[in-house]
Design a binder for this molecule. Sequence first.
Ligand code: GCV
Length: 647
Amino acid sequence: MDHAERIYSEYNAWLQPKFSLEPKALQISASSDVDFIHQECRLGLIRLWGGIQESAEYTLRLKVDDLEHEGFSLTPLENGYEIAGGSKKGLLYGVYRFLSRLAGGESMEKIQEHSAPQVDYRIINHWDNMDGRIERGYAGHSFFFRNNKFDYDEERITNYARLMASIGINGICINNVNVNRVSAGLIAEPLLSDLAELAARFRPFGIRLLVSVHFDAPMIIGGLTTSDPLDEGVMEFWKAQSAVVYDKIPDLLGYLVKADSEFRGGPEEFGRTQADGANTIAAAVAPFGGVVFWRCFVYNCQQDWRDTQTDRPMAAYKHFQPLDGKFDRNVILQIKNGPLDFQTREPVSPLFSSLKNTNEAIEFQIAQEYTGQQIDLYSLAVQWEEILTTEVDKGKQLKSLLGREILAMTAVANTGDNMNWTGNTLAQCNLYAFGRMAWNPELTAKELIREWVRVTFDTDEHGRRTVEEMLLKSRGIYESYTAPLGIGFMVNPSTHYGPNIDGYEFSNWGTYHRASLEAIGIDRTSKGTGFTLQYPEPLQRMYDRIESCPEELLLFFHRVRYDYKMKDGRTLLQYIYDSHFEGARQAEDLLQSWEGLENRIPQETYHSVKERLKLQLLNAREWRDQVNTFFYRKTGIDDEKGRKIYR
Ligand code: GCV
């Protein structure tokens, strides 16, 4: 690469060249069985420095050592440096980590680290449809599929695999959990051979593919008349078809299944349990070492809004908790982080504390479906840190279950075929943070944001600090101008962007705020729907009592009068007004802070992010005015500070 080519490109994401770095003359030494890793190391240094000056005086040694399987150690030596991996995979991770720390500006002599991942499966789920559209995708089209066929740019796939491996991702599901009749065919020819070809492109990077399968595959591709998981023919179908699949892709990680959910078929249609469904499919992949990720997003999406007994957040627990211990060893229940659906603020799903004898995966969403759609700035790392440090059982934080009951961290991708992968370049930070956090859940949002900013932008301290602060504050800002205190939703139906306070109020989806002239929220306490009873003590009591319920979740658990006094003495209504005025004002600050970075951030990125921040400001003002007017019209009570509320 010559000097002129060494320029920042959004496409490189966190693998950028760095002009500010002083290259070091060295030679790389590695045995021939790690040629690919040697090559990755070399390419990485060339990318970073613009070239390598060879010198026998300093040796960068790559070796496979006796460490934890995927672990690595980075050690400066007398006249050289050593990167050791517990396996080839570990060595590859070590190389990427070493390059990343160099990119962050650290000097080689000071980089020392020993690291191994806490969870075995660190997985990205794409919600890509084979026609090329991405469900809840905000960065263009699929870079895997088009026109119901595989259609990809080979170089882009390699670059994507490298980006993912560089943050420790080891599993990728390329198709939407909402499997249709076309994508159901991914486990059969002719699509299976194409899938195998793609799997081979990810393999050198230590990434195994997963495939979302259709629960009704026995009927759709097997020609059977039922998908009943306890039917002999159905069991035989899954076994035979899986043998075909594993013959083509021996290291396929397994299947991902969304069943009995949002108009998808499932075992309950046949009077069977979720365990019956999962175990039949798991038995078919078990001989090949495959795993079934079985989603717990099971609820009644045909609820009548008049029915105040059915409470959607309670559904997953009701379906799965009684089955604890009934799932095969190679089944992993994939549970969304909260009991509702990737809202800005939800409690942690009660399933995590109640499943004691079942493998679990926690599912996050990097795609910002309800959190600004990669237009509004929203640092998910901040939210994930809160989630992972939430107490789930007598002093135990959720993250203490990682690597024990919770074997996998999975997340819905925020990528597409946009040049910068994520639409908003700053949303790359969320993708980066997910991988790093899945590797090391002890990392804080602050550390992750800092790392990402440092590896991505070759700017000065002011530039770095500004971006870091914007990202750190972004989640709080978004929450305050949208639907704070855990009330959630209030979004435009189907698109899920922008305010529509009653948009879901009379729908089937079970997401209601039930605002009246006096009060708002659903009573989910032991005296209400009983949702709080799904938590163990002391959480149950804490959430159940309004005095001890964390204020940020007040309206998730309680029905509260507008004149209720918040902890600081303000009424709930005044809190809502303040939150929306303040949030919209802070959205202005975000734009202003960014404008101060002109000439510190590459032009193209500067302008495209600025356009999004302007849209965010419009969105924030719209939320502010619609929400405040809504509550003013319900209550007839003015803002104490006399700010403008439309009548
Ligand atoms: C893939 C929400 C989204 C759906 C998504 C579903 C799920 O309901 O709006 O688009 O479907 O979650 O997680 O399965």
